[in-house]
Ligand binder design. Structure first.
Ligand code: PGA
Length: 250
């Protein structure tokens, strides 16, 4: 078990509606009193105002799923870190594999996004992870190290304020989960890389993501370097997410 409370982050992706969100938070509020883990929900940008109000009375922090690599200006459709800050956004996912894959985000853009978030006082959740082909070619370590190195390089000593999420692409939304041993192996590599960059590495959260659910959360969180989870599908079901928070709070 690691020293700091576990951090459990829900990633709703492109799901939700005004009515469904309200019902979800009502259920969550009934169940979360006094749990001893840290929790956040990363919601679609259009629901930030609603969720800011709904989560204000709960211990659950508000998160975004992305942010612009630009500060301000003529960037149609983009949302800046400062705008997120206006809605008390505490975390922002950057470099999710769906952004890298469907929107062509590069390591350099992800590093700049992390920089924008940090400058606005938002904690970037930096996602790294290999594809199935990369794993099978024995490239897992080199891929995740390359992805994290870009963020470390661009952010210097501020790196101690980031959260890292190891999300093997082949495990996302597929029902295939990395075994606890596979997760730990990569998390240890990432921890060593953070240690070389920051004296704060031991307390920096490294989350696992990829088909994490109520049945496998305990064995994953039991690993020495797994400090929490980034949860997609299972964070959309209130009772499942709540039971995962309970496991994280053990
Ligand atoms: P999943 O998604 O839990 O549905 O696999 C995780 C993520 O993409 O963050």
């Amino acid at each position: 078990m690691s020293k700091t409370p576990k951090l459990m982050v829900g990633n709703w992706k492109m799901h939700g509606s005004l009515s469904a969100n309200a019902a979800f938070v009502a259920g969550l509020t009934a169940g979360v009193s006094g749990f001893a883990c840290r929790a956040a929900l990363c919601v679609p940008a259009v629901y930030l105002a609603q969720m800011q109000a709904l989560l204000a009375a709960t211990p659950v922090a508000l998160g975004a799923q992305d942010l612009s690599a630009h500060d301000v200006g003529a960037y149609t459709g983009e949302v800046s870190a400062q705008m997120l800050r206006d809605f008390s956004v505490r975390y922002a996912i950057v470099g999710h594999s769906e952004r890298r894959q469907y929107h062509g985000e590069t390591d350099a853009q992800v590093a700049t996004k992390a920089q924008r978030a940090l400058a606005a006082g938002i904690t970037p959740i930096v996602c790294v992870g290999e594809s199935l082909a990369e794993r099978e070619a024995g490239l897992t370590e080199s891929v995740v190290k390359r992805q994290l190195a870009a963020v470390i390089h661009a952010n210097g000593h501020c790196i101690s304020e980031i959260v890292v999420a190891y999300e093997p692409v082949w495990a996302i939304g597929t029902g295939l989960t990395a075994t606890p041993e596979q997760a730990q192996q990569v998390h240890a590599v990432l921890r060593a890389q953070l240690r070389a960059a920051s004296a704060h590495a031991p307390r920096m959260p490294i989350l696992y993501g990829g088909s994490m659910n109520a049945s496998n959360v305990a064995s994953l969180l039991d690993q020495a370097d797994v400090d929490g989870g980034l949860v997609g599908g299972a964070s959309l079901k209130g009772p499942d997410f709540l039971s995962m928070l309970a496991v994280a709070a053990r």
